[in-house]
Design a protein around this ligand. Structure first.
Ligand code: DAH
Length: 379
């Protein structure tokens, strides 16, 4: 065994057995550092005869490579060990203690809208929206309510002044930016939308059918009494597809109302009616029964009118650029506040919008109590 072999065995063993990164570094400096043993040998090559160099060169270079590799292997092993120890010993607790009674309450209208989204998502409906400052065309004309139509008078519309700011800020948030530049360019009279039905038009013009959407949101009419406020909420439903018929409408409404009121004994009665944007049109009544002198939904001791619906009028489908011979659908519209009043037992709509904390504490919901179909909508 030559000196070189002895040195090689010694250095490889020292590297392999180094107990920690700092002792491994000492091995490296001792062998490969400026004053290191291997470095010294490499330098000595310079003073050798060509014959000696030819014989010793490969052995010394081989020694350097072997030591370098042994140190790299040991470093990787020691680093892996260190990481393993850190992972085993360190703990980061990301949980916060939960305040089970946070002070804020979820307003019943928000709660009901969440419930609606949950129910209709399960039926494959997406949630659509449209501007609250709407143009006359979307709110009326495209829905087959022409200028002279008496339905316009029925809506007690809030009209905006003719000058409508075109969208320039582009943030999509402020009320004025609800008004699309294209809409303003049309030079239409702008209105506060009187119903969520214009979202039908926007949904049909936006996306190619088949479509299944609900559109919950604020609507406005000049009205004020115990069950009418100038701003209130509706949810629109729209399905456009091939071969859609009244049976789909009835099944969807029945499934929705049973899930919403969390009762299996909900009975519907479709009563022929008239809306300009549907043909045929039906008003939907829901059966009630008396419970301790109070009307409760379910059963059929009596009927109360709940919502409007029908098969989308071919003229409305055509106004959106679709071929009514190919595409049919149904639509419905219902008051969200009314749904909340019926489900949670309020008789007066006005306090909904008076921002009285006592009312909200009484009728509101816990923010932690998200409505889910599996967990109970209003548990
Ligand atoms: N937009 C109607 C209203 O506010 C409600 C309505 C009736 C909506 C029938 C519909 C429908 O989609 O098919 O009075």
């Amino acid at each position: 065994m030559t000196d070189l072999d002895t040195l090689r065995d010694h250095l490889l063993a020292a590297a392999a057995e180094a107990p920690a990164l700092d002792s491994l570094e000492a091995v490296r400096v001792g062998a490969l550092g400026k004053q290191g043993q291997v470095t010294g040998l490499l330098k000595s090559l310079g003073g050798m005869t060509p014959d000696q160099r030819q014989a010793e060169g490969p052995r010394i270079h081989g020694l350097r490579e072997a030591v370098t590799a042994a140190i790299a292997d040991r470093r990787a092993a020691l680093e892996a060990q260190a990481l393993g120890r850190r992972l085993a010993s360190e703990r980061l607790d990301l949980t916060l203690p939960v305040d089970l009674a946070p002070p804020g309450r979820v307003h019943p209208v928000s709660q009901v809208m969440d419930e609606l989204a949950e129910i209709f998502a399960d039926l494959g409906f997406a949630v659509a929206s449209g501007p609250e400052i709407e143009d006359d065309w979307h709110n009326f004309t495209a829905l087959n309510i022409p200028d002279v139509h008496p339905a316009r008078a029925m809506h007690d519309t809030f009209y905006c002044e003719r000058t409508v700011p075109a969208r320039t800020d582009g943030d999509g948030q402020s009320p004025s930016s609800n008004v699309g530049a294209a809409d303003a360019g049309r030079g239409e009279r702008m209105v506060l939308r009187t119903h969520t039905s214009p979202v039908q038009i926007r949904a049909m013009m936006d996306g190619p059918p088949p479509l299944r959407v609900i559109a919950p949101g604020r609507v406005y009419r000049s009205d004020w009494d115990a069950t009418h406020t100038p701003m209130f909420h509706q949810v629109e439903g729209l399905v456009i597809d091939r071969d859609i018929h009244l049976g789909h409408l009835k099944w969807t409404l029945e499934t929705f109302l049973k899930a919403f009121f969390e009762r299996d004994d909900i009975v519907l009665r479709l009563r022929p009616s008239y809306f300009p944007f549907t043909e045929p049109s039906a008003e939907v009544d829901v059966g009630w029964h008396l419970d301790k002198g109070r009307r409760r939904l379910g059963g059929q001791e009596g009927w109360m009118e709940l919502l409007g619906s029908g098969m989308v009028h071919p003229r409305v489908i055509a106004a959106c650029g679709l071929d009514p011979a190919e595409w049919q659908g149904f639509a419905f519209g219902v008051g969200v506040d009314r749904l909340a009043m019926l489900k949670y037992g309020m008789d007066d709509l006005r306090p909904f919008f008076e921002a009285d904390g006592r009312w909200t504490r009484h009728y509101g919901f816990s923010a932690l109590d998200l409505p889910t179909l599996s967990g109970g909508l209003s548990a």
